[in-house]
Design a binder for this molecule. Structure first.
Ligand code: B12
Length: 348
């Protein structure tokens, strides 16, 4: 094997690779990645130092409204081709037990756990990758039928945490150790700790954890009881539809132009109003105001880059807070996340 040199590091190929994704040139992207593998760069590094950071950059460009959804989809498709080509070039054969890697129901970010799955494969595990949105019952019966040694569960969006918790518990009942990951658990894994489940920040740590059976099976108890006792989460879920309808009516009354929205604008407004309720419910579930505050900060940046003023988000947060006066935790989280927006509006 040829030793990798400074010129053949993923960092040097990164800008060219990103350019290939931008130009939707899948041949150039695959060639760049295979060139590194052929020059002796370990496949794992090509996946994690070339493909992964490019995907993060794609996300930033979409969030800043510089790239359309179509450009993101094209680039992600090419990244998937690159991952497949790199692993096929190395063609690892399993020498260790079976690890199943899956996205939970409603989770469509399959590429991040795919990277984890391929790193496990490169390290000798017999990996079955189930891909996006796997229903909990199907996942559990699959684990049973295929005698899984461990399961990796991915969650990219914090709003899916309550559901993640149910899936984690279902896997545990079948006595299969669970390791979770993805940005949905927080950059430091704090919401995985709340749910009492083993978490890995990245693919190499996930592989180390899976290889350490004692660490994998060590289960911390979940730290969730107070927020269940008051039923706030359940009440938010029950009222979701009415809350969204009320917030849309409020926007129609108070924001000029919303009545004239085209169907597509209305769809994305309803989807944003729903995300606000879902992130709020997840924050209540794990009892952490920062989950909701981080989401609101992100939502404001995304909307402002698309010409929607931050004050509109402020209006909706106040509307929800009024409707949720009887839910102290939710009202507190709404107030804390809305305060910087109100302060911003006052200073203008
Ligand atoms: C591609 C993409 C999509 C594609 C996914 C296609 C696919 N095949 O994966 C599609 C179009 C489906 C999509 C949809 C959406 N997306 Co999207 N998406 C992305 C994007 C650009 C890249 C994902 C990726 O490949 N990341 C690369 C890897 C390397 O990410 P990573 O998390 O760092 O992974 C490492 C670790 O987290 C860990 N890890 C990850 N998974 C796992 C699993 C296990 C078991 C373990 C142990 C470890 C582990 O190891 C990895 C490697 O070291 C991200 C941007 C981003 N920063 O990730 C947005 C992003 C995640 N999406 C976002 C959003 C908002 C959405 C939508 C809600 C958009 C919408 N309005 O519809 C929907 C939600 C869909 C759903 N319900 O799941 C936001 C989330 C923001 C937030 N506040 O939470 C992001 C961050 C974009 C942004 N910058 O704003 N998306």
């Amino acid at each position: 094997m040829i030793a990798a040199t400074a010129e053949t590091s993923p960092a040097d190929s990164y800008h060219g690779f990103l350019g290939s994704l931008e130009a939707a040139d899948e041949y150039a992207a695959v060639d760049a990645a295979l060139g590194l593998v052929d020059a002796g760069v370990p496949a794992e590094r090509v996946l994690l130092e070339l493909v992964a950071p490019a995907q993060v950059e794609i996300g930033e460009r979409w969030a800043r409204n510089e790239w359309s959804v179509a450009q993101e989809h094209a680039a992600t498709h090419i990244s998937e081709r690159v991952v497949a080509a790199v692993v096929a070039r190395v063609n690892p054969r399993p020498t260790r037990g079976r690890v199943v890697v899956a996205c939970m129901d409603g989770e469509w970010h399959a590429l991040p756990p795919r990277l984890v799955a391929e790193v496990l494969r490169l390290r000798g595990w017999n990996v079955t990758f189930l891909g996006a949105s796997v229903p909990a019952a199907d996942l559990v019966s699959y684990l049973h039928r295929h005698d899984a040694y461990a399961v990796g569960l991915a969650c990219a969006l914090p709003m899916r945490l309550p559901y993640a918790h149910r899936v984690i518990e279902a896997c545990r009942r079948s006595d299969v150790p669970v390791v979770v990951g993805g940005r949905g658990f927080g950059h430091d894994g704090r919401w995985a700790r709340r749910l009492g489940v083993a978490w890995a920040p990245d693919a190499p740590s996930a592989a180390d954890l899976v290889a350490d059976e004692r660490a994998l099976r060590r289960v911390q108890p979940a730290d969730l009881s107070p927020q269940f006792a008051d039923g706030e989460y359940a009440s938010l879920v029950r009222r979701r539809g009415d809350l969204i309808d009320g917030a849309l009516a409020d926007l129609r009354d108070r924001v000029p132009g919303v009545r004239e929205y085209a169907p597509a604008q209305l769809d994305s407004t309803v989807s944003d109003l729903g995300h606000i309720v879902d992130f709020l419910a997840a924050a209540v579930y794990v009892d952490d105001a920062s989950l909701f505050a981080e989401f609101v900060e992100w939502l404001v940046a995304v909307l402002v880059s698309r010409g929607v003023p931050a004050s509109v988000v402020g209006l909706t947060l106040r509307h929800y807070a009024g409707e949720l006066r009887d839910s102290p935790r939710a009202a507190r989280f709404l107030g804390a996340a809305g305060a910087p927006l109100d302060a911003g509006a006052r200073s203008r």
